[in-house]
Design a protein around this ligand. Structure first.
Ligand code: GLY
Length: 347
C-alpha cells in the first residue's frame, strides 16, 4: 500500500493499494464520528462496487443512503447536480455529514461540487474506480459540471478529506476505459518524468500499477501544493487538454476524455515542433507510447475546426490562451499566446 500526502488548503491522504475500500467506514468514523453518509455513484458502478462500500459502512454502524445517476458525461450537468442536492435535502443530510464519490471522473466532479454547495459545504471522500480518476480527477480538488457552452464551466475548488484508490476496482474496467486512464499517465510522463514515460512506453503496466499510480499522484500533489488554484504551474497538468476539450465537445462527448487527451497531446506536440517551440521532437515517442497503450493517434477533426470549440475554454481569458508546450519528454512549459495566434497555429 502507498500513501501520498496532499498539502493544499486541506491536508489529506491518497491511499493506493489492494482493497483500500475496506478503510472507508473506519476512516469516516475516526475523522467525523457517527455521521450519515451518502454514496454517489452511477448505475454501472453501483452494480459493481456499491455493495462492498456499503458493507464497510455497516461494519461501523454508519447510516447511509445511495444516490444513483445514469452513467456517462451527459450526467455531469446542472440538472443531475440539483437532483443530488434535492436528494440530500429530502433525506435530511446536514453539513456534518459525508458524501462519498464512488466512480470515475464524472462522479468525482459532480459529487465534489455538490459537497461544496450543499449547506455551503459538507465532507467529501473520493473513491475513484477508474484509472483516470485515480491518477487525476479525484486528487487536487477540481470539481465541476458542464454547461452547454463547454466542459467544466461551472465548478469550484473543493479538496476531499481522503482519497481511497482500490486497485481491485480496476479489474472490472474494460480495456478501453483502462486505456483512457493511460492517456493521463502518459501526460505525467511527458510533463514531469521521463522514467515514468519510458515505463509506460514499454507497456510495463500491470506489474507496476501501484507504483505508477502513486508516482502520478505524487507529481500531481507537488504541483497542486504549489498552485492549488490553477493560476500558474498547475496549468502544466493541462498538457493536451485544450484541444482535448474541443474534441470532446465536437464529438458531443462521444469521444471519451482519455482518448481526446491522447489526440490533444499528439496534436499540440506536432504544432509545437513545427513552430519551433519545442527543443526536442517529442511526437514520435508519444505516438509509440499511445499505440502501446491502445490509444488513438489520429483525430477525426481538422485542427482549424478545433479552434472554435476552444475559444470558450476556461484556459482562455482576455483574448489569450495558455498552451502547454513539450520541451522534451519529461519537461513542459506554459506558453501564453493571443487567441488570434492560436487560431493561426491551428490553421
Ligand atoms: N486535471 C487537471 C487538474 O487537476 O488541474
Amino acid at each position: 500500500m502507498e500513501t501520498v500526502k496532499v498539502n493544499a488548503s486541506k491536508e489529506y491522504d491518497v491511499i493506493i493499494g489492494q482493497n483500500t475500500v475496506a478503510l472507508l467506514g473506519k476512516k469516516i468514523k475516526s475523522f467525523f464520528g457517527d455521521v450519515n453518509v451518502c454514496i454517489v455513484t452511477d448505475d454501472n458502478v453501483a452494480a459493481l462496487h456499491a455493495e462492498k462500500a456499503v458493507k464497510y459502512l455497516d461494519e461501523e454502524n454508519l447510516k447511509h443512503k445511495t444516490f444513483v445517476f445514469p452513467n456517462g458525461e451527459k450526467s455531469k450537468s446542472p440538472e443531475v447536480l440539483f437532483e443530488l442536492l434535492e436528494f440530500l435535502a429530502s433525506n435530511h443530510f446536514s453539513r456534518k455529514d459525508v458524501l462519498v464519490a464512488l466512480g470515475g471522473g464524472v462522479t468525482g466532479d459532480l459529487t465534489g461540487l455538490a459537497a461544496a454547495m450543499y449547506m455551503r459545504g459538507m465532507h467529501l471522500v473520493q473513491i475513484p474506480t477508474t484509472l483516470l480518476a485515480m491518477v487525476d480527477s479525484s486528487v487536487g480538488g477540481k470539481t465541476a459540471v458542464n454547461l452547454k457552452a463547454g466542459k467544466n464551466l461551472a465548478g469550484v475548488f473543493n479538496q476531499p478529506e481522503l482519497v481511497l484508490c482500490d486497485l481491485q476496482m480496476l479489474l472490472t474496467l474494460s480495456s478501453e476505459i483502462f486505456a483512457d486512464g493511460m492517456a493521463e499517465v502518459i501526460k505525467y510522463g511527458v510533463i514531469a518524468d521521463k522514467n515514468l514515460f519510458e515505463t509506460v512506453k514499454e507497456g510495463d503496466i500491470a506489474r507496476n500499477l501501484e507504483k505508477i499510480i502513486a508516482r502520478c499522484v505524487s507529481i500531481k500533489s507537488a504541483i497542486v501544493n504549489e498552485d492549488e488554484f490553477d493560476t500558474g504551474k498547475r496549468q502544466l497538468l493541462n498538457f493536451g487538454h485544450t484541444l482535448a476539450h474541443s474534441i470532446e465537445k465536437m464529438s458531443n462527448f462521444e469521444i471519451p476524455h482519455g482518448k481526446a487527451v491522447a489526440m490533444g497531446m499528439l496534436l499540440i506536440s506536432e504544432i509545437s515542433w513545427k513552430n519551433g517551440f519545442s527543443s526536442e521532437r517529442c511526437q514520435d515517442e508519444i505516438v509509440d507510447a499511445l499505440l502501446e497503450n491502445n490509444l488513438p493517434i489520429t483525430c477525426p477533426y481538422k485542427t482549424s475546426e478545433l479552434y472554435y470549440a476552444a475559444e470558450n475554454d476556461k484556459k482562455s481569458s482576455s483574448g489569450k490562451i495558455s498552451i502547454i508546450i513539450p520541451e522534451k519528454i519529461g519537461q513542459c512549459r506554459i506558453m501564453n499566446i493571443a487567441l488570434a495566434e492560436f487560431k493561426e497555429l491551428l490553421e
